[in-house]
Design a protein around this ligand. Structure first.
Ligand code: CP
Ligand code: NVA
Length: 360
């Protein structure tokens, strides 16, 4: 028997019953996180700080299992539906690969070819899919849609991005920050750009829950809504974190551990908003000057995809219309040693796998 196979067999021994090594660790951590079993994962507001930390711990174990090629098909025979009403590279691939790694069969429903919404209501769709699948991922528009799917399906539903929240992304972001800094509490994360949409909202909630210092740096009209902000201020008080809004970029980034940004126009928004966004958000582009001002400890993060050069259709058309070579971040920062965006992208796989592993 070759060494690789021997190793797999040794580690995979009697999974669930006398399992050894990292698998044993996985079962132990899943047991600790059992409050999440059977539940949906719709937004971070629904989870306690302890539950978020447990998901991060399980992600780390799953990453170790994957890197060491140790099989972990702990949900063999289950089926999951992946509904994407908006496009995706990372989230879709992470769900598909994670499902396969856990021994499950994923079924992808693309943005056009199902009956969802057009011929069949969300409540009816949920009741149909709940009869066939063990879990359902949804990426699309309003948060109320994913909440309704969860209410009617009878199985765990996972939010793969809505207009309001992108919770699986935050797990990957936090896992990446922990890997680079060793901890989360007390770290300062500055979000630059349109902070009132899914990424700004979700980062604010996550930071507030885990004792981090969140700063949204944006013009007033791009700041998170009042109700969510009030909720997060309260959560931060409990966790020892802070939530603040600073409109001057040079002031906001001082001492930042992480500068985070996202596209200026999100999926589902009309092209007509580009001009206004560019005018409003150009001063919030992440540049080397801002990274230097933050200090050498600072890392650059982005959920991706990113317009950092002219290598995309939209990037090229914006260059033609507005003369910009990049948008929310310069290519210099994106490609620099401070950029950890691809670690972040990889961690989508391990964290999404943790969400499915725990809730099913
Ligand atoms: N960050 C993220 O959600 O990427 P995708 O849109 O490619 O899934
Ligand atoms: N705000 C972006 C995030 C993409 C991952 C969007 O909704 O398009």
């Amino acid at each position: 028997m070759n060494a690789d196979l021997q190793k797999k067999q040794d580690h995979g021994c009697a999974a669930g019953n006398g399992a050894c090594g990292p698998l044993k660790e996985l079962f132990g951590s899943l047991e600790k996180a059992k409050t999440l079993k059977g539940k949906s994962f719709l937004k971070l507001l629904d989870l306690s700080p302890e539950e978020i930390k447990q998901l991060l711990e399980i992600s780390e174990i799953l990453k170790k299992l994957k890197k060491e090629h140790i099989p972990h098909k702990i949900h063999e025979g289950k089926n999951v539906a992946l509904i994407f009403e908006k496009t995706s590279t990372r989230t879709r691939c992470a769900f598909e690969v994670a499902a396969a790694d856990l021994g499950m069969h994923p079924v992808y429903l693309d943005p056009k070819s199902s009956q969802i919404g057009k011929k069949e209501s969300i409540a009816d769709t949920a009741r149909v899919l709940g009869r066939m699948f063990d879990g359902i991922e949804y990426r699309g528009f309003g948060q109320e849609i994913v909440e309704e799917l969860s209410a009617y399906s009878g199985v765990p539903v996972w939010n793969g991005l809505t207009n309001e929240f992108h919770p699986t992304q935050i797990l990957a972001d936090f896992m990446t920050i922990e890997e680079h800094f060793g901890s989360l509490a007390g770290k300062k994360l500055v979000y630059m750009g349109d902070a009132r949409y899914n990424m700004g909202n979700s980062l604010m909630v996550g930071c507030a829950k885990l004792g981090m210092n969140f700063v949204a740096c944006a013009p007033a009209k791009y700041l998170p809504g009042k109700e969510l902000t009030e909720q997060c201020l309260k959560l931060a008080e409990e966790s020892g974190g802070t939530v603040s809004f600073i409109s001057d970029p040079l002031e906001a980034v001082k001492g930042a551990d992480v500068i985070y940004t996202d596209v200026w126009v999100s999926m589902g928004e009309p092209d007509s908003v580009w001009e206004e966004r560019i005018t409003d958000l150009l001063p919030y582009r992440v540049t080397k000057e801002l990274m230097d001002k933050a200090g050498p400890q600072c890392r650059f993060m982005h959920c991706l995809p990113s317009f950092h050069d002219l290598g995309t259709e939209i990037g090229a058309s914006i260059k033609e219309k507005f003369g910009l070579d990049c948008m929310e971040v310069t290519d210099e920062v994106f490609e620099s040693g401070a950029s950890i965006v691809f670690d972040e992208a990889e961690n989508r796989l391990h964290t999404i796998k943790a969400v499915m592993a725990v809730t099913l």
